[in-house]
Design a protein around this ligand. Structure first.
Ligand SMILES: [Zn+2]
Length: 481
């Protein structure tokens, strides 16, 4: 009986189709994902975003994790988004190929892939714009613009709320409110498209840490901000507070790619009259700041960073927008290591859990000062803790002062060194003391008038006073700007 069962399993395994490099249409796409899920049912899940495209094509995602469907503390969440511009098709096929590869290598006991899947929750959305893909494909995939937009002729990468305008205004006013800015939005420049809304809901509902969106038409890893501060249409470097980290993330992809970072490769020469046609990004290491190339409003990349804790970059995967079918397998080989190396970047910096005596503290603020150089540099972009009190703070190697705070608690700061070549973020947990528990209480000192009504100093419990003093001394030791 056991032998028959084994035979059956072998038959099933050999019957499962090998992945074929081709342009998978909108009906084939979910079948590929389902096939991967059947093969790797313990470590994968297929789901659709809350809303379909304009033409009612579901936006399918495959997730890899050893706890599919669940977030776990200390486990960063990563996403890849392909085909946001419908006529830029390579990302879509690379993500289908990546799904197969992750599953196959997991089953083959590839140690690197197994440890990646055990330590990371990975979401792949191969096509954010299936309607545009259909239009581009129907028209032969040759046009620079046909199929770029969704079925309402809206460019989805210009349709996200413009939070850059809000953060730039706060900067101008010197207000240090620097994260989760969606609640500060007073009006939308344009109605949200269903694909945009679906992705926004996705971004807001899962505590993503790292992300990349895939495009075509050039070969470069592009990082925030995409929007210039002055409104200049091109050539204005628009640094985000995490410029060092974003540059490092973009370099991680570019340098692991076959030739994105090659200084000797030829640039992409398009027939477009666009200024961008003159760029050769290889000469600058295969990376660019978004607005230093050209400025755009309403992009997905900046939205991720300014609305959530997620760091997203934009990958231009090749000079062709609609990659010829016979080049897909070769493109996979050229991108495979970069796709894996980039996911590992979710494990750089520090991560941890913020608690008090009774449990996790949600929405605690984790702020960071880079104290590597002689002058401390605050990184004016805080991250916040999630449902399990967990946070993930991507950082480049160096020394940092990390502070966890929440209204009603005394903030706690700790100094940490982020090493090079991390495969797991440095764990830095915080336990916060509520401000109320610091005050004198009747059992220790008898009745004492609370508050500052009479201008009297508050009296702290001795042991806690010691802690306050230490915390303050620690803070004093570290020069602040
Ligand atoms: Zn694009």
């Amino acid at each position: 009986m056991a032998f028959l069962k084994l035979l059956y399993i072998v038959f099933l395994y050999s019957a499962s189709a090998e992945f074929v490099w081709k342009h998978h249409n909108n009906e084939e796409l979910p079948l590929v994902l389902e096939e991967v899920h059947q093969k790797c049912s313990n470590i994968s899940r297929v789901y659709a975003l809350t809303e379909p495209s304009v033409r009612h094509v579901p936006l399918y995602v495959i997730e890899f994790s050893d706890t599919p469907g669940f977030h776990q503390p200390y486990k960063p969440e990563v996403k890849y988004i392909g085909n946001i511009h419908g006529n830029e098709v390579l990302g879509r096929e690379l993500l289908l190929g990546l799904a197969h590869y992750l599953c196959d290598q997991y089953l083959n006991h590839d140690r690197r892939i197994r440890s990646l899947i055990h330590s990371t929750r990975i979401h792949l959305l191969p096509s954010m714009n299936p309607d545009g893909w259909q239009l581009a494909t129907n028209s032969g995939g040759k046009d620079y613009l046909i199929g770029r937009a969704n079925n309402h002729s809206v460019d989805l990468n210009r349709n996200f709320p413009d939070l850059d305008a809000i953060t730039f205004e706060l900067e101008r006013q010197g207000i240090n409110h620097n994260n989760h800015l969606l609640k500060d939005l007073t009006r939308l420049a344009a109605p949200l498209e269903p694909e945009t809304r679906a992705v926004m809901r996705w971004i807001m509902s899962i505590p993503f840490v790292l992300s990349a969106a895939m495009h075509g038409g050039d070969l470069v890893a592009n990082y925030p901000y995409d929007e210039s501060r002055t409104g200049a249409p091109i050539s204005e470097y628009s640094a985000s507070p995490d410029d060092d980290t974003f540059r490092d993330l973009a370099m991680a992809y570019a340098t692991a790619h076959a030739d994105m970072a090659s200084t000797t490769r030829r640039g992409c020469h398009t027939t477009s009259s666009d200024e961008s046609a003159t760029y050769n990004f290889g000469k600058q290491g295969g990376v660019t700041n978004g607005a230093a190339w050209y400025s755009l409003k309403g992009g997905m990349q900046d939205f991720n960073y300014l609305a959530t804790n997620c760091f997203e970059i934009t990958l231009e995967l090749g000079c062709d927008k609609y990659t010829p079918e016979n080049e897909l397998a070769r493109e996979w080989e050229r991108n495979r290591e970069a796709l894996i190396a980039y996911i590992w970047k979710a494990h750089v910096g520090v991560k941890g859990i913020v608690t008090d005596d009774s449990g996790f503290i949600r929405n605690a603020v984790v702020s960071v000062v880079n104290i590597t150089g002689s002058v401390p540099r605050p990184i004016r972009h805080d991250v916040t803790t999630g449902a399990y009190g967990d946070y993930y703070r991507l950082l480049t190697p160096g020394h940092y002062e990390v502070t966890a705070s929440h209204p009603g608690y005394f903030p706690v700061s700790r100094v940490v060194t982020v090493p090079r070549h991390q495969t797991s973020a440095h764990i830095l947990n915080f336990r916060l003391e509520p401000t109320t528990s610091w005050f004198d209480d009747e059992s220790t000192f008898g009745i004492y008038p609370h508050g500052l009504r009479d201008g009297q100093p508050r009296i702290y419990k001795r042991s806690l006073y010691q802690q306050v003093a230490n915390t303050m001394l620690e803070r004093k030791d570290t020069p602040k700007q």
